[in-house]
Design a protein around this ligand. Structure first.
Ligand SMILES: NC(=O)c1ccc[n+]([C@@H]2O[C@H](COP(=O)([O-])OP(=O)(O)OC[C@H]3O[C@@H](n4cnc5c(N)ncnc54)[C@H](OP(=O)(O)O)[C@@H]3O)[C@@H](O)[C@H]2O)c1
Length: 350
């Protein structure tokens, strides 16, 4: 990739896409092409083809997707499979048709089988049934990886995929209806702290940002109790026993650009895991975030809520053998994320 190559970052306002843009800019890449979903709905094949015909990107980071936590995944099942299949198929096919030099597709470690051996190696994909709560999403993401592979095999393209673990960082999604566990916990502990300190105006301001339906001050307690937030305690979903692995998103962006600059399909094969190889119980993660945010109440468990997979840890030997390893510790990363949430948590996606 040259500094003036035409690089399209699909999904540039999202958690991953924005980190890739930051990384490319910090390395001096000057010709970055972006479109919001309003400007270009990637589910629409004709629009995607017209865009590729006009912009002729040379390199693509495919970080646009419909993404969410357990609730969103099990509620919007049709949207999760349709949107993600359409986005991937349209971009990958147009990339092939217009002779894109290289494409990097974002997979996700949550698409490994529910009972995959731990830590999960690349060869464990498609070796058993998927986690039912995100099967539609997983099927679409697996299709994207296979599209890349089979376009490479039939057409000689150079499309690679990465399989990151759970991510967090600047531009994360803090909307409780759709967010992942780590950003949700940061915001929940922050709101519980504000409630304990009786800072009702700050709470209202925060809720209005994320909930356009929020109408009056009398709704505050209703809203907070819906998400298990009180001044005395915070309700944690599930038992808190499952283990999870978390990667700071700038570390992922660093790897994506590193792979785009240095490695081809022939070097890495179908895809490569990206993670930290460090796991933490959800209840210990909650305790760590509670400490960083400074909430002095208790943590209680809502056992009516699902736990998801018991353990999900990536084997990252393959990416380490290529000369990469994560830089930020979990504590440093959460502090950075909380700082970002406090200073920049305006709804940048509106
Ligand atoms: N978040 C994680 O923990 C995680 C972990 C592993 C892998 N990943 C993978 O990383 C990729 C990006 O995830 P993310 O967390 O960055 O998601 P995100 O923050 O929700 O961002 C997704 C982006 O996709 C764009 N998008 C969605 N639907 C679109 C459409 N129909 N047309 C055009 N653009 C559309 C959105 O654009 P607008 O903002 O313009 O609407 C949004 O900025 C996904 O493939 C995901 O599977 C994420």
């Amino acid at each position: 990739m040259n500094r003036d190559s035409r690089i399209y970052v699909a999904g540039h306002r999202g958690l991953v896409g924005s980190a890739i843009v930051r990384m490319l800019q910090s390395k001096g890449y000057t010709n970055i092409i972006t479109r919001t979903s309003r400007e270009l709905d990637l589910r629409r094949q004709a629009d995607v083809e017209a865009f590729f015909g006009k912009e002729r990107p040379e390199y693509i980071f495919l970080a646009a997707a419909k993404v969410g936590g357990i609730v969103a995944n099990s509620t919007y099942t049709a949207e999760f499979i349709y949107d993600n299949i359409m986005i991937a198929a349209n971009i990958i096919h147009s990339a092939y048709k217009t002779g894109v030099k290289k494409l990097l597709n974002l997979g996700s470690s949550c698409i490994y089988p529910r009972s995959a051996p731990q830590p999960m190696k690349e060869e464990h994909l498609l070796t058993g049934p998927l986690e039912p709560t995100n099967e539609p999403y997983a099927i679409a993401k697996i299709s994207a990886i296979k599209l890349c592979r089979y376009y490479n095999e039939q057409y000689g393209t150079n499309f690679i995929s990465v399989m990151p673990t759970n991510l967090y960082g600047p531009n994360d999604n803090f909307d409780f209806e759709t967010s992942h566990v780590l950003p949700a916990l940061i915001r929940k502990f922050h709101l519980a702290k504000l409630l304990r300190e009786k800072k009702y105006d700050d709470i209202k301001e925060d809720i209005i940002r994320f909930s356009p339906d929020f109408k009056s001050a009398s709704d505050i307690n209703l809203y907070l109790s819906k998400f298990g937030i009180t001044a005395e305690y915070l309700q944690l979903w599930g038992s808190g026993e499952p283990y999870r692995e978390f990667l700071y998103v700038d570390d992922l962006a660093d790897t994506c650009v590193f792979l785009m600059e240095n490695y081809d399909y022939k070097d890495i094969g179908e895809f490569v895991n990206i993670g930290t190889e460090e796991e933490i119980r959800i209840k210990d993660l909650a305790a760590l975030i509670k400490e960083i945010v400074g909430f002095e109440g208790k943590i209680v468990h809502d056992l009516s809520k699902p736990d998801g997979m018991q353990r999900k840890l990536s084997d990252i030997s393959k990416i380490k053998a290529l000369g990469w390893q994560p830089k930020k510790t979990l504590k440093e990363g959460i502090k950075k994320s909380y700082e970002w949430y406090l200073t920049s948590r305006k709804d940048i996606r509106s």
